[in-house]
Unconditional design. Structure first.
Lengths: 227, 265
């Protein structure tokens, strides 16, 4: 088995693991891969896995079997990279990515900012639909609506140039000075730092509003006026 | 010309996906198109029941995929409309018996055989749903004017966009004009306001739809039914015609109609 393991290289990627196999017969490669995975199941569980099979020729049944066996172990196979056009076509047929530089879109996005300081904002030029969750360590600006069932969690302020009907948490790391504004502030729930407000009712005649924590320490919203 | 593949989905269960597939299939076939419906709800099949073809099933979709029969053998021809075919789901297997590539392959073989392929998606957003949308050229999202159904439709549209299947077209099913007028139900405008997709049909609430489904005779074949008319209009829109939307608000009491005429409501 130690020889088998040496055929496999595992590398961490920005958003998962890259496993590279070599040209040995497929059955051997597969056995080696699962020996490796099963010996470190805790490490692999929940991982997003990209597989570089070099020049292996894989057909649909083999790839489906592999994907299902990985998925049984809680591993999500999202990409198969190959020099073989047949394998590449198989991967495309199964809806797997064939290039790992371009990750597939995900519903939950976590954007990391390390060196850009606190004045960083994430700009989203689209409507966030139900099931979308955005987490960001700076401010978030949305040019579009935030629909019911969508969530934004930001360490800074959140500005919605559109209708806010989902959930927004501003100042998520405890910044009580954070604000949330929207052209139509009708959220299912608002949070700033550790204050929660679910009592904001939908407006019949929507006007831009800004929500913040007032002097009494309560979350409240007031109309946005130009003055 | 190769067939156009339409997948009907919703996210939430019970909003009328299968009924919509059955009625659109009947309506399209009545307009002279050759239509094949595929029941994508493996393990919980019921498109065959609604089309009244249950007792004629010999082979199903899993038999085709696993090579136990030829494609033609699993295509059941409708009793009344010779242009309408059904490929039923398997009742005794589960959704893992079919993969997205199986669906793609099946549909590829069918494309040259007909004008429209209608796929009935299972509820939910898991594997069966992914299988059903994989071969789609166009996805039709069915929803009811209920907050929870609209929420699920929104989620499904988000997934369709992520899967690059376009935002889809919307059918608003079981709208009750009287309840809308009394502000007890979301209106079409409320729903569109949130979902922001193309609307291709509004089907009014009509007990005839349920009766037809129970009898295995979809209401789209009934010339008098308003819901049937709505489904026939959707079929014509699918074929590229411009058809005005039904005036669902013609009902109501004389007083309400007078109010409407005088613009007081």
């Amino acid at each position: 088995m130690s020889e088998a393991n040496s055929k496999i290289q595992i590398k961490g990627l920005r958003d998962g693991l890259l496993v590279t196999l070599d040209d040995a017969p497929w059955e051997e490669q597969r056995a080696a891969l699962f020996a490796q995975v099963d010996s470190q199941l805790e490490f692999f569980r929940g991982a997003r896995l990209a597989l570089d099979v070099t020049s292996q020729v894989l057909h649909v049944n083999e790839m489906v079997e592999l994907r299902d066996q990985l998925s049984d172990r809680g591993i999500f196979l999202w990409a198969v990279v190959s020099e073989s056009p047949t394998t590449e076509k198989t991967a495309q047929l199964l809806g797997l990515a064939t290039r790992i530089s371009k990750p597939r879109p995900e519903e939950t996005r976590q954007y990391a900012v390390e060196d850009l300081g606190e004045e960083t904002a994430l700009f989203l030029n689209r409507t966030l639909r139900s099931g979308t969750r955005i987490e960001f360590s700076g401010h978030v600006v949305v040019l579009g609506d935030v629909n019911p069932g969508a969530e934004i969690v930001a360490e800074g302020n959140v500005i919605i140039w559109g209708r806010l009907r989902g959930m927004v948490h501003a100042g998520s790391k405890g910044n009580r000075d954070a604000v949330i504004c929207a052209l139509d502030l009708s959220p299912t729930q608002l949070r700033i730092a550790d204050e929660v407000s679910a009592t904001l009712k939908p407006q019949s005649d929507p006007k831009p509003e800004i929500a913040s924590i007032n002097h009494d320490g309560r979350l409240h919203a007031e109309p946005w006026t130009i003055s | 010309m190769p067939a156009e593949v339409l997948t009907v989905t919703s996210g939430k269960g019970g909003v009328g996906k299968t009924t919509t597939v059955a009625n659109l299939a009947v309506a399209l076939a009545s307009l002279g198109s050759k239509v094949v419906c595929i029941d994508g709800d493996i393990g919980l099949r019921n498109l065959d029941v609604i089309l009244g073809l249950e007792n004629r099933i010999v082979y199903d979709i899993v038999d085709v995929i696993e090579g136990r029969c030829r494609l033609k053998q699993a295509m059941i021809r409708d009793k009344k409309i010779p242009e309408l075919f059904l490929i039923p789901a398997a009742q005794t297997r589960d959704k893992n018996a079919v993969s997205a590539s199986d669906m793609n392959r099946l549909v590829k073989d069918l494309r040259s055989e007909c004008d429209y392929i209608l796929i009935d998606s299972p509820a939910g957003i898991e594997r069966g749903f992914k299988n059903a949308i994989a071969p789609a050229d166009r996805v039709i999202v069915v929803t009811n004017p209920e907050v929870s159904a609209v929420r699920d439709a929104d989620r499904v549209i988000g997934i369709l966009e992520a899967e690059e299947k376009g935002p889809g077209s919307l059918i608003l099913n079981r709208l009750n004009p009287v309840m809308v007028r009394n502000h007890d139900m979301l209106s079409a405008d409320d729903v569109l306001d949130l979902l922001a997709v193309e609307l291709i049909g509004i089907v009014p609430e009509d007990e005839g739809v349920l009766i037809g489904a129970n009898r295995g005779a979809p209401v789209a074949a009934d010339g008098k039914s308003k819901a049937g008319q709505a489904f026939r209009n959707i079929a014509r829109r699918i074929k590229g015609e411009t058809v005005p939307f039904l005036d669902l608000d013609s009902g109501g009491s004389l007083w309400q109609r007078l109010q409407k005429l005088t613009g007081r409501k």
